[in-house]
Design a protein around this ligand. Structure first.
Ligand code: SIN
Length: 475
């Protein structure tokens, strides 16, 4: 059956337009072509920014109840088209269909949450230090927002940025990853149906990530840039945005530790480990990258984890029961191969997996006693590999966990309530999962510290990122 949400057109100023040039979108599970989308460039970006800029005053001045109603209608349409959206996502990203369905719910929850939360963008009154004065703050939308989103969550990373932007009265220009533009355009089809006025939301596709990124970060009409992706690219975008002092939100790389203390509930830790490591085949910024396991529980944990990993079913995400899909591309596969080979050369023990399968698939892998100088200890692997490191004391575990320039997510398992507080406070991360391997949702602030980023997404804090705080002093 034809998927009604697949389009070959970009969305600018309320119109769907084909490009002079188009590029193919490839299914990583089998290399087949799913469709094509416009291969636009910096000039098209500039036009879209102009349209968003012109659309801004009317959208900003639309009462919040009316704005929120359109955003809410977008949410309704996304949930009504859950199956079609999920299939597009699996086709272009490779993630198992069950995960794509979950991502539609996850992504839609941001739209619902921000449609509501925008109504509560309160200011405050401040007791004045002088007689005859009245002090007040108000929150106002920042203006045109540019959003650059990754391929690993083709839907949720868009709604997490665009929904708060639009709900708070900004207009937006989105450049989705060129691996997964079809989900973004499907969202545009639904946004158009929901009734956003022309120019309020624009989606431009193209392969020229440098040229488009430069326009989106340097154009004076853009007041805020929100990016999810690698730390290297985030650094470059931040430098470019500095020229016009834009507001910046960056959700960047991670190197998440997952500590298992001797007093942990081992079965709960195994469940958390599988959930936190194998979501999207390990291709998430909050994926566990380093399992740090205390000496007394190391062997039992390694044995049970290996047994659980051996049961994972690898294959095309559209097949029933598949839990681990392909990696997104050859570059991703080569990195996983290099990390595993390096760890083995340096003395790690292979407990299961360790090899590439056909095409872009890699066997779910467990490595034990990985040495601390292995690449995998320092860099995000972004693949289905569990690397187990050993530690003796709580202090050593925490020191190992914090021994990274990244600080996005961290996880740990312990049944000691005092330890839970101590370790939570000591871990250098923006988010800590205590006895859980999954922590993302719309109502909590998602974001990192150190070189994992700036700003928060989701929650009331995620709305603040799209508003300016203005102080009024009445004499
Ligand atoms: C990411 O990998 O960038 C996002 C993961 C999430 O939202 O849970």
């Amino acid at each position: 059956m034809q998927n009604q949400l697949i389009t070959d057109k970009a969305y600018i100023n309320g119109k769907f337009l084909r490009g002079k040039k188009q590029f193919d979108v490839i299914n990583p599970a089998d290399g087949s072509t799913i469709g094509s989308v416009p291969d636009l460039d910096a000039t098209a970006c500039k036009k879209a920014i102009d349209q968003a800029y012109d659309a801004w005053p009317a959208w900003r001045d639309t009462p919040v109840a009316a704005r929120s109603a359109v955003v809410y209608q977008w949410y309704v349409l996304i949930t009504q088209h859950k199956e079609a959206l999920a299939r597009i996502m699996t086709l272009e990203s490779g993630k198992p269909l069950a995960e794509s369905l979950t991502e539609v719910d996850y992504g839609a929850s941001f739209v619902e949450w921000f449609a509501e939360e925008a109504k509560r963008a309160y200011g405050e009154t401040i007791p004045a230090p002088k007689a005859g004065q009245r002090l007040v703050t108000i929150r106002q939308p920042v203006g045109v927002v540019s959003a650059i989103t990754p391929w690993n969550f083709p839907l949720a990373m868009i709604t997490r940025k665009v929904a708060p932007a639009l709900a708070s009265g900004c207009t937006a220009v989105l450049r989705p990853a060129s691996e997964t533009p079809l989900t973004a355009l499907a969202l545009a089809v639904l946004a158009d149906k929901a009734g956003f006025p022309p120019g309020v939301f624009n989606v431009i596709t193209g392969k020229d990530s440098n040229g488009m990124g430069k326009e989106l970060t340097t154009n004076e009409k853009v007041r805020k840039i929100s990016f999810t992706g690698s730390t290297a690219v985030g650094r470059q975008l931040m430098e470019q945005a500095a020229g016009t002092i834009k507001k910046v939100s960056l959700e960047l790389g991670g190197n998440a530790p997952f500590l298992v203390f001797d007093d942990a509930d081992i079965d709960a830790a195994i469940n958390g480990a599988i959930a936190g490591k194998f979501r999207n085949s390990g291709q998430t910024c909050v994926s566990v990258n380093r399992f740090l396991v205390q000496d007394g529980i190391f062997d039992a944990f390694a044995k049970k984890l290996t047994a659980a990993v051996k049961k994972l079913r690898v294959g095309n995400g559209l097949e029933e029961g598949v839990q681990v899909g392909p990696l997104i591309n050859q570059k991703g596969l080569e990195k996983v191969k290099a990390h595993v080979a390096d760890a083995l050369t340096k003395g790690a023990m292979l407990l299961t997996g360790g090899k590439a399968k056909k095409d872009l698939f890699f066997q779910p892998t467990v490595l034990a006693d990985v040495p601390k100088d292995a690449y995998i200890a320092r860099e995000e692997t972004f693949g289905p590999v569990c690397a187990l490191f050993r530690f003796k004391t709580e202090e050593q575990g925490i020191a190992l966990a914090n021994n990274t320039e990244f600080g996005l997510a961290a996880y740990f398992y312990s049944r000691d309530v005092n330890r839970c507080w101590r370790v939570s406070e000591a871990l250098e991360a923006g988010m800590v999962g205590v006895n859980t391997g999954l922590l993302s949702n719309a109502v909590a602030p998602f974001g990192g510290i150190k070189q994992s980023g700036i700003g928060r997404e989701g929650s009331k804090h995620g709305l603040d990122e799209y508003t300016e705080l203005k102080y009024l002093c009445f004499g």
